[in-house]
Design a protein around this ligand. Sequence first.
Ligand code: OGA
Ligand code: NI
Length: 382
Amino acid sequence: MSTTEEAAGGYDYDRRLSELKAFDDTKAGVKGLVDAGVTTVPTIFRHHRQDGPQVSSSSSSSCNTISVIPVIDLSAASAEDAAAREEVVAQVKAAAETVGFFQLVNHGVPGELLSEMLASVRRFNEEAPETKRAYYTRDARRKLRFNSNFDLFQSPAANWRDTLFCEAAPEPPRAEELPPAVRHVMLEYSGAAREVAARVLALLSEALGLGPGHLAGMGCADGLSLVCNYYPPCPEPDLTLGCSAHSDPSFLTLLLQDEHAQGGLQALLASEWVDVPPVPGALLVNVGDLLQLVSNGRFRSVEHRVVANRSRDTARVSVACFFNADIARSTRLYGPIAELITSGDGAGRALYRSVTVPEFLAHYDKKGLDGRPALHHFQLLQ
Ligand code: OGA
Ligand code: NI
């Protein structure tokens, strides 16, 4: 556990573990600390410089980011106009091959559903601690889980956020299992997100030179995990992060961000942290690790992080939809798609070994967000 000791600046492992346990046992998350009036960031949340590029200085790049993350109009991809669809496929291809992110507009999900989804997550997190405590668990068999830091006991430093998880597909929880604050909207939102993901996967398949049904036919979006993040205001935002640098353990992620004045999401592009501010009404799409793997490295799963919330009084909320195979049951081996090994950039060789989704996720979870890409573990030595 030397990384833990290093990250904690030498204070000992037993003490850190007991502080992590004490925090976890409150079942009140980071919001509980903030409500208790903490004015400093407890040691377990303190990140050290070796965690990656500087924690602070997020705003210097914000003026040039609008052009870095492309905005793609999904309504232009309707099948009737073949030339317009070709153009959208080309935009999706360029984005997936370079920055790995794009902002999707005119995606068909009503604005009221987006805002109600965000509002419900805020409501849940702002309920009385007793109400939330009933849902607090690390038991992965539960389809609905509330906790703070899924990797609390694995990662070198904890993050300033709380999370509500819902395994929404292929078998959603029963409505009664959902907290009342989110019950009326969560499954409706996940249905809408699945429709968007299906359309995006078709475009990505075409962008790889495959038939439109190829990626969906591989089961890449059979499963959906909804990850609802709540980032409370942080008293010392330069000492911690909202979310450590990571790439996503999915094929595809759709992120809904609220219009928090400070934003907070950043992508690592050309070794620089670049702000990815919310575009009103848009869904942010990004390539996950498993899509990078099956595309044999053509599409990029780009590292990103969330800086700690600098606001004095307003939490930031986001909802990430992780599309994946059926994570509980999938036994299929995913490796680079044959057509992509024998032609183009793959230059005749597979860059990754094949892996089942449960094996990939077990590696990702065991590792925690430690700043190292999970995909490295599955790379074939050339
Ligand atoms: C994630 C993630 C970003 C955000 O949950 O994987 O990157 O803005 N979230 O919450
Ligand atoms: Ni992410």
